[in-house]
Design a protein around this ligand. Structure first.
Ligand code: SF4
Length: 380
């Protein structure tokens, strides 16, 4: 089978692992594929707001693990395929001469052992950096359970590294997998990765991220966002991503296969999905932005009695409705941080308002053309 044929199979297996830290926070965009039918090419939005195409694939799909939520588990029935490091390097370089690619994202099922798999990923990155002097973006997945030495080697060649946390605690992981230990193979590895890429270390240019599989276990949003907050505040992780568990892919024994997943009327939402798990994923992304970009603390986020975010309302709007005493805010006097608390006002609008104030007092809200949902919360 030629490399493209293998990529076609591997990309269809990689479709359940869609997040990447150079990409967008929009779950809809994360599920897009290149329009020309090359399913291993992903349109992404870069951190600077530009658009680009990324080659994303698994190195192999025959996994030694048997995690009950994963379609690649060893007991599942699928066609095993693997790429060699040389093969993916050759294909990627050839493609870059014909298309403008912004980078390579390499992941893998566990091929034999975690360290053996890491060697394949690292080898590909090393060849690109050292032999071919490639200076573009390379994202490598850290395989849970690999040695600390393998993490150090990956840091030398990658622009970005991610290690999927999957769930917020060992208790939830035990519901999904007996293959590895959440504390030893995942939490410890994330801890080490963030230490070795912290500011002031040799690995600081490497960005770090993780991903939660949402709804495979019976975790609450409060637990997920608590773990996210810990990863940001205490470990200095750069980003967290969320992937809604897609029912029917895992073993019937896991909570995500048993839970009722409500169907939400699409016209109630500002996104076009109609299924509960994808709306939940979207709300988690919104709440993660509040923690990472808008300066909210975990304690300020509003959860329902069941420990979850509202599916019906954006978490920032939920917070504003619970804190009506703080509004309306004056566009002429509110600080940038206060403006960021207003529904509909993001960092760009907050900075624009502050800049306009430097030119003189703002006389009319109407002339600012602010987002309509911000107007009930603002005065002159
Ligand atoms: S180790 Fe990873 S790829 Fe393998 S079954 Fe578990 S989650 Fe899936």
């Amino acid at each position: 089978m030629d490399t493209q044929g293998k990529l076609d199979i591997l990309s269809s297996d990689a479709q359940y692992d869609l997040s990447c830290s150079c990409g967008t926070n929009d779950p809809l965009e994360q599920r897009k594929r290149s329009a020309d039918g090359s399913r291993w090419l992903y349109p992404v939005t870069t951190a600077s707001g530009g658009a680009g195409i990324m080659l994303k694939t698994l190195m192999g799909n025959r996994c030694a693990g048997d995690c009950r939520y994963c379609p690649l588990r060893s007991s599942a029935d699928f066609r095993p395929v693997a790429l060699s490091s040389e093969e993916i390097v050759r294909f990627f370089l050839d493609l870059t001469t014909r298309r403008k690619l912004i980078g390579l994202f390499l992941s893998s099922a566990v091929l034999g052992t975690p360290d053996k798999t890491m060697q394949l990923l690292i080898d590909a990155a090393r060849q690109l950096r050292v032999r071919h002097r490639y200076r573009g973006y390379i994202h490598l997945k850290i395989i849970p359970g690999c040695s600390l030495n393998a993490i150090d080697e990956a840091i030398k060649y990658a622009s970005a590294l991610s290690l999927n946390i999957e769930v917020p605690s060992a208790r939830h992981y035990e519901q999904l997998s007996a293959y590895q230990s959440w504390e030893r193979d995942i939490a410890f590895g994330l801890n080490y990765l963030t230490q070795r890429t912290a500011k002031g270390t040799a690995g600081e240019r490497c960005t770090t991220s993780t991903q939660f599989i949402v709804g495979a276990s019976d975790e609450e949003d409060r637990e997920i966002l608590g773990a996210v907050n810990h990863l940001y505040q205490n470990l200095g992780l750069d980003r967290s991503f969320f992937s809604a568990y897609q029912r029917g892919l895992g073993d019937s024994s896991i909570p995500g296969e048993k839970a009722s997943q409500s169907v939400i009327q699409p016209d109630l939402f500002d996104i076009s999905h109609s299924s509960g798990p994808l709306v939940r994923e979207h709300r988690l992304y919104q709440a993660e932005w509040l923690l990472r970009v808008y300066g909210f603390s975990l304690e300020e986020l509003c959860f329902s009695e069941d420990g979850n975010l509202s599916l019906l309302t954006d978490p920032k709007l939920t917070w504003a409705r619970a804190n009506t005493g703080l509004f309306p805010l004056s566009v002429n006097r509110a600080s940038e941080q206060e403006l960021l608390r207003v529904p509909g006002i993001g960092p760009v609008w907050a900075k624009r308002i502050i800049a306009l104030r430097r030119q003189g007092r703002i006389g009319s809200l109407h002339n600012l053309r602010l987002p309509a949902n911000s107007l009930p919360y603002l005065i002159r």
